[in-house]
Design a protein around this ligand. Structure first.
Ligand SMILES: NC(=O)c1ccc[n+]([C@@H]2O[C@H](COP(=O)([O-])OP(=O)(O)OC[C@H]3O[C@@H](n4cnc5c(N)ncnc54)[C@H](OP(=O)(O)O)[C@@H]3O)[C@@H](O)[C@H]2O)c1
Length: 311
């Protein structure tokens, strides 16, 4: 039997439940693709799942291999797969029920992966899918952000935020980002027209008449965000549903994004990357067997851009 290295967990808990070990290599079924993973992106959802969040909703079974962002080379494909071939370099977001990217080999579907941008290394490509798709779906599908509209992006230096700033800018929007002072220059370099230091300035004191707020923080930040929206504007949150009552009071729309794999949108994202309009920022690259450390870093909630595991 063919084996592989993977990081698995046999129980829910802290970073110590992650175990680097040998296990049987998965086999693709008729509509699946087996990918030799070269790099996996680390997302907050990984450590939330590790803690046991969403286990019923997503139907997780132990032992579980975490990780939903990957870049690698197609090893083999099931009989029904038509658009992707062995040897193709691909990247993608595999669904949150299956996960599996923290491993030498992972299963993906044609609807989840697309050809890797040639301009990016595998480590860079693995930084893109979840964060770029979340931003795309929040800003373009849900909020329908248009040229010249004003958008406030919270946590603009984070994994999602740094993609959202670039995508909003590429759409021709006026972008305001929140970040701490150490990240101000970084956020500006992504194309943000204005950066607010959330530690020294209450953003609602200096921002008004915004068309769209993209909230990746929740709680108090979300509550205070209603004050900056113009009537008819929209708040989209990646963390919690904006309350209907607050939306009514302020005359705005509210929605939550739950990112879906989408290889068609990912191909459009590839085009932006190839044209130089979108670039992932990576703060740390660690080997797969350092997954515990990667989680500890991500859990600080203060990393810039992305953390990547190389496989
Ligand atoms: N619903 C979905 O589909 C979906 C998809 C992806 C992610 N998410 C969720 O979205 C959230 C963000 O994800 P992420 O990957 O962007 O996380 P992340 O990369 O860990 O975010 C870290 C960033 O947050 C910034 N930050 C922390 N507190 C802040 C505050 N009060 N105001 C402004 N910025 C602040 C930090 O900046 P400083 O260091 O400057 O403080 C840091 O740059 C997570 O909860 C994640 O689970 C949801």
């Amino acid at each position: 039997m063919a084996t592989m290295k993977a990081v698995r967990m046999y129980e829910y808990g802290g970073p110590e439940v992650l175990v680097h070990e040998d296990m049987p290599r998965p086999e693709p079924s008729a509509n699946e693709i087996l990918i030799r993973v070269r790099a996996a992106g680390v997302n907050p959802v990984d450590w939330k799942f590790r803690d046991g969040v969403g286990r019923e909703f997503f139907g997780h079974q132990l032992p579980l291999i975490l990780g939903c962002d990957l870049a690698g080379v197609v090893d083999s494909t099931g009989a029904d797969v038509k658009g992707i071939s062995p040897g193709d370099a691909v990247y993608g977001y595999v669904n949150l029920g299956r996960c599996g990217a923290y491993a030498e080999y992972a299963i993906g579907m044609e609807s989840e992966v697309t050809l890797k941008p040639q301009a990016l290394e595998f480590t860079e490509a693995a930084a893109v899918p979840v964060c770029a798709l979340t931003s795309w779906q929040a800003l373009f599908d849900i909020a329908e952000l248009k040229t010249d509209q004003k958008v406030l992006i919270h946590a603009a230096a984070g994994g999602v935020g740094h993609m959202a700033v670039q995508l909003a800018k590429a759409r021709g929007a006026v972008v305001i980002g929140t970040a701490s002072a150490k990240n101000a220059e970084f956020v500006r370099s992504l194309g943000s027209d204005e950066v607010i230091d959330y530690r020294t300035t209450r953003f609602e004191d200096v921002v008004k008449n915004v068309d769209v707020v993209f909230d990746t923080i929740g709680d108090e930040t979300q509550k205070r965000s209603f004050q900056v929206l113009k009537r008819g504007g929209m708040i989209v949150s990646a963390v919690s549903e904006p309350p209907e009552k607050a939306c009514k009071t302020h005359g705005v729309k509210g929605a939550m994004v739950l990112v879906q794999p989408n290889s068609t949108q990912l191909a459009e994202i590839t085009t932006l990357i190839e044209s130089g309009k979108l670039k992932p920022a990576i703060t740390a690259i660690l080997p797969l067997d350092d997954a515990r450390k990667a989680h500890e870093m991500s859990q600080t909630g203060h990393t810039q851009g992305k953390i990547i595991l190389t496989v």
